[in-house]
Design a protein around this ligand. Structure first.
Ligand SMILES: [Zn+2]
Length: 357
């Protein structure tokens, strides 16, 4: 616990130095916590009590594995800040024991992380990350889960509750609950594959995109990185139907999405949307008012972008706000032509017809 306090103190110092906004590099975690021994020594007390829900939080990356980088912030530090806050928040609930795979800047392999979860008898393993994409057009929060069996069902149920907090509650765009298989037809992500092999439900939470201005307001201070961890914790507390007298909440009635365990792997979507078209478009008060139609049976429509010059240049990605096939949108600028592209849950695009004015 001492090491954690030291880290928090370091973070507080960073907040003061940075004026609560990350404008300078986050203070590197020079604190040498007993990371080699702390999770495992706590194992022993855990196996003695043996009754609590056991959650292991894995701050992604660490050491020379920096993860995504933007000026002033390394993903490995962001994930640790979020993980520590998630742990602290979860510990306000009754009947839960929470461990981190690392409490400092230690470097761990993708095999070690789930092994540490197995060593403490984890009921769930959460690997925390922040996203970056090339090109840097994507924004929003997503959860990656195992593709098969109970791992899928539990991952989906819990991931849905976490995304409710991050998206409906906090405002991040919901990119969805996803699976990814490698070319052997098994889970692509190492921590998910290894956790599944050890019989531990798992997920990767990609909180938001570090390299997109749409998401910057959601993570650009220590407090916000911590808030994301607290939101994760609320989702987890709801999944396990926990109560907290400290927080004055009782989630014992929360219902989660129930999906029967798939017997064959749920594959990622590898095909673009089936339908992407402009149904109608007209110029009103110097703006284009268009009715768009999009269908993607497998992963839904996530974003659209538009071109007013026949596809030479494209707008930033816009939120597809409709749950229906059709969405009426207003596009700034008039004259010339309109072409749109619709993107599905896996960022694959289909281009529409072009309407000229
Ligand atoms: Zn990462």
């Amino acid at each position: 616990m001492k090491s954690k306090k030291k880290i928090i103190m370091g973070l507080l110092a960073a907040v003061i130095l940075a004026g609560a906004v990350i404008t300078a590099p986050v203070v590197p975690f020079s604190v040498k916590a007993a990371s080699e021994t702390q999770p495992l020594s706590e194992t022993q007390s855990l196996s003695e009590t043996g009754k609590d829900i056991v959650v292991v939080i894995d701050p992604g990356h660490g050491g020379s594995n920096i993860g995504g980088q933007i000026p002033g912030l390394d993903e490995k530090n962001a994930t640790l800040i979020t993980a520590l806050a998630m742990k602290e928040e979860l510990e306000k609930y009754e009947g839960i024991a929470v461990y981190l795979t690392r409490y400092d800047d230690s470097e761990l392999s993708l095999a070690q992380r789930p092994q540490m979860a197995a060593a403490v008898g984890a009921d769930f393993f959460f690997s925390l990350h922040y996203n970056k994409a090339v090109p840097n057009r994507l924004y929003g929060a997503e959860v990656w889960i195992p593709s098969l069996g109970e791992g899928y069902s539990k991952g989906y149920a819990c991931g849905d509750l976490i995304l409710n907090e991050l998206c409906d509650g906090y405002g991040l765009y919901r990119r969805g609950i996803k699976t990814k298989l490698n070319n052997k037809g098994t889970d692509y992500y190492g921590v998910i594959k290894n956790a599944t092999a050890l019989g531990i439900p798992s997920m990767i939470i990609e909180h938001c995109h570090l390299d997109n201005e749409e998401d910057v307001p959601y993570f650009n201070s220590i407090e916000k990185l911590q808030q994301l961890g607290r939101l994760d914790a609320t989702g987890v507390a709801k999944y396990f139907r926990l109560k907290s007298s400290v927080l004055g909440v009782d989630y014992s009635d929360v219902q989660s999405t129930q999906i029967a365990p798939p017997q064959i792997p749920v594959m990622q979507d590898v095909t673009p949307p089936e339908v992407a078209s402009i149904i109608s478009a007209k110029i009103e008060n110097g703006q284009i008012r268009a009715v768009l139609e999009g269908v993607d049976m497998q992963s839904g429509i996530l974003y659209y972008d538009y071109s007013l010059d026949g596809g030479a240049t494209w707008s930033a990605l816009q939120r597809w706000s409709s749950a229906e096939r059709r969405s009426t949108v207003t596009i700034p600028g008039g004259g010339g032509s309109l072409t749109i592209r619709l993107y599905n849950g896996y960022d694959l695009a289909a281009q529409s017809n072009t309407v000229t004015f």
